[in-house]
Design a protein around this ligand. Sequence first.
Ligand SMILES: Cc1ncc(COP(=O)(O)O)c(C=O)c1O
Length: 456
Amino acid sequence: MSSSLLSPLFRRQLFTSLHKVPTRRAFQSTLSIMSEKLKPAARVAGRRQDVWSIINEAASASPIQPIVNMGQGFFGYNPPDFILSAAKSALDRVECNQYSPTKGRPRLLKALADAYSPFWGRQLDPNTEITVTTGANEGMLSAFMAFIEPGDEVIVFEPFFDQYISNIEMPGGKIVYVPMHPPKEGALKTLSAGEWTVDFDELEKAITPRTKMIVLNTPHNPVGKVFSRSELEKIAELCLKNQIIILSDEVYDRLYYTDFTRIATLSPEVEKITLTVGSAGKNFYATGWRVGWLIGPPELIQYVSAAHTRICYSSVSPLQEACAIGFEEADGHGFWEQCIADMTAKMERFTAVFDELGIPYSKPEGGYFVMANFNKVQLPEGYKFPKHVEERPRDFKLAWFLIQELGVAAIPPSEFYTDENAGIVEDYLRFAVCKPDNVLEDAKERLRGLKKYLKK
Ligand SMILES: Cc1ncc(COP(=O)(O)O)c(C=O)c1O
């Protein structure tokens, strides 16, 4: 637009604003107001460096390259062909590239209802008892957003999946931690992950009139424990007595190597207070697809759906369609049995190196993580750790040492405990075995390098 088209008054204002030179002080105070305003909210600021960035940084600084990454729980192989081809063909369909209904695509809701009804012992209603979410993680955020008011308390067992913490804090929830205890002889011999225990007196003492929810995870990450029926009954009894909503994170529900009970199925009363969380990412080896769901009574599910609608409206359409086909066809392909057989074989293949070295571990009852106890490993006297590792518990030093000296990445589990209870797991490291067999063999070969550091 030519300046002659502007009104004389506007031209004058424009000229003054362009030519006004602010004083140095005014400029600095504008800058400081700006930087105040540019500050992030407390919920994302000021956290200490998290375990993932410490481990990734250590991995890139290691003289041994490439690192064998046994740390993060992503699969090192693709979903099976029947699921991959379902995803590819969904992309060719017009309606699969558009918004899905906020509660989930009808085909996926029906497939989930059909797949889970046998476990519930009755027909689940796909329209009122299931809601699809963007991965289990956003599903849990939606559940906390739906039920937590500022100051409400949520009980979380340690070690915890780290996302629970910020998901509970975002709506203003207060977390009350209850530690799980490793077996007393965990440093001496390999025992079942089922030997990690909850002290039920500690759990009962953690309950207050403000306790609104409890988060349960079975099969458990990182411990590999599957809560027994009697443990679940005790938890359920406390929750019924105190009217506490149970959020049962069962994302590893197809990977169990012992009897697996779903807490929602204990009784109709328990079902009424339980939200069960699932993940297609974990079920179908596709963690990047971001498809999850919650199953629960309509009185609870409707509010999870309402929160989900406000958080992300709906979830990825073509991949919901692929997951629907995945559930429809899984039984026909014998897929669920295959999952268990394959992961058991990987677990056995990998843990053989710990048997060989005499390093005890918690033999997983479910999931794809294994916790090994490195108490016997003697870190060399005077070994130099960077400051941010030096000030963390011994498991961080062990993880750093393994990356630098052997080129193997594992996760220090004290990250999943409060500082107060971090010492409980300072000798443990978590390994993810959902990797191709050649990667597992590589990791084993490198771990044999620990021989010279083992206490006699
Ligand atoms: C215990 C647990 N819950 C939930 C999730 C997240 O699942 P999703 O990838 O479906 O969000 C994970 C992922 O590692 C997990 O370990």
